[in-house]
Design a protein around this ligand. Structure first.
Ligand SMILES: C=C(O[C@@H]1C=C(C(=O)O)C=C[C@H]1O)C(=O)O
Length: 356
């Protein structure tokens, strides 16, 4: 067996040497790109370019590696190259170990400076103040719907959306010991408790459920107290050395959360983009129908329509609308102009590449 393995490993060693050499060449060119950008104070992180690179590797992938796996590798290659230009700082809902942190790495790769924040408000504040270059905030969950605080802050702040990232959300029940003996309370973020309620009703109907600031916070509490169980990601469980009582307890096995990347960057077209905006109309019959007519006129598809009650003022609801295409695409630009004219309130949140 050894005789058969040795020549194969020699081939792998030779290929690795080539890969390393090519990575170094790529890194040196990225440094040059960094110098060019510095001359014009151009932004280092270019989400549209990174999206194109990732789509390109999937299109050209000859196998046997899976598209998703080569994309993960190239995301990290770009992340490391980008860090040679500048290591971007990204604020997210902490502490470390949250799904938000996972979303940060999925979008930016690991060569970034994560800035864990105590609340969604703080992520917006850090991003607006420039303490972080970008922020990553949850927008909607496939089981529980919109994250209202995020929608409200999108309206109230000057941040723009420059990207999106969607991740599978799997919840596990974990304790310090890996068993439920002596456990009197299950802690998690209210969204996670809601996403696991059928399972909890069935298996632990009599244990108190307590909502805390985040699932990672629940993991911290469980790591300190054997009477506390946490619902959190296994990543958080590993971070705080918890034992898994039961993995994947979320009621919907396809549960996902979509995050927005926020910042001051206005992303250029990537070829497959989405545009997010907020609209309001006076409370009159047929007003919403009329408001949206320009989308149909210009053949622009709407991929999301969400309403939020206006807390003060003249209008009853704000409508959060996502459409296919970039604000610079001709059809989208025309539709947006007409929407703007029809609406009592209009705010363009941003155009950005459709997430992988
Ligand atoms: C190298 C660049 O800078 C960054 C790094 C990229 C890369 O490594 O491919 C791509 C886009 C930018 O986020 C660039 O703008 O081309």
């Amino acid at each position: 067996m050894t005789d058969k393995l040795t020549p194969l490993r020699q081939q792998i060693d030779a290929i690795d040497a080539q890969i390393l050499d090519l990575l170094s060449q790529r890194g040196r060119i990225a440094q040059e790109v960094g110098h060019v950008k510095a001359e014009t104070a151009a932004p280092v992180f270019r989400p549209e370019r990174e999206a194109q690179v990732l789509r390109g590797v999937a299109d050209r992938n000859p196998g046997p590696l899976k598209n998703q796996d080569v994309q993960t590798i190239f995301r990290e290659v770009m992340s490391a190259c980008r860090a040679l230009e500048k290591r971007v700082t990204v604020a997210y809902l902490g502490p470390a170990g949250t799904f938000s942190e996972q979303a940060v790495y999925q979008h930016f790769g690991h060569a970034v400076e994560g800035l864990p924040c105590a609340s969604i408000d703080e992520v917006f504040r850090a991003t607006e103040a420039g303490t972080a270059d970008f922020g990553v905030v949850p927008v909607e969950n496939s089981s529980e719907g919109a994250i209202n605080r995020t929608l409200d802050l999108m309206l109230a702040t000057t941040t723009a959306i420059s990207g999106e990232v969607s991740i599978p959300v799997h919840h596990s029940l974990m304790t310090k010991t890996g068993s439920m003996d002596g456990v009197t309370v299950v802690c998690a973020h209210s969204q996670a408790l809601a996403q696991c309620q059928v399972w909890l009703n069935l298996h632990h109907p009599n244990i108190e459920r307590r909502a805390v600031a985040s699932n990672a916070e629940a993991a911290v509490l469980a790591s300190r107290d054997p009477t506390v169980a946490a619902i959190a990601s296994e990543m958080a469980g590993e971070q705080y050395q918890l034992g898994v009582v039961q993995a994947h307890i979320q009621d919907d096995p396809h549960n996902r959360t979509r995050f927005s990347v926020i910042g001051s960057l206005q992303t250029s077209p990537s070829g497959r983009d989405r545009t997010s905006l907020v609209l309001a109309v006076p409370n009159k019959a047929g007003a919403v129908y009329k408001l949206l007519a320009p989308l149909a006129t210009h053949g622009v598809s709407m991929t999301r329509f969400e309403s939020r009650p206006a807390r003060i003022g003249t209008w009853e609801y704000y409508f959060y609308v996502d459409v296919e295409g970039h604000r610079q695409d001709e059809a989208v630009a025309r539709a947006l102009e007409e929407l703007h004219d029809n609406a009592a309130f209009f705010k363009l949140l941003g155009s950005y590449p459709v997430g992988l």
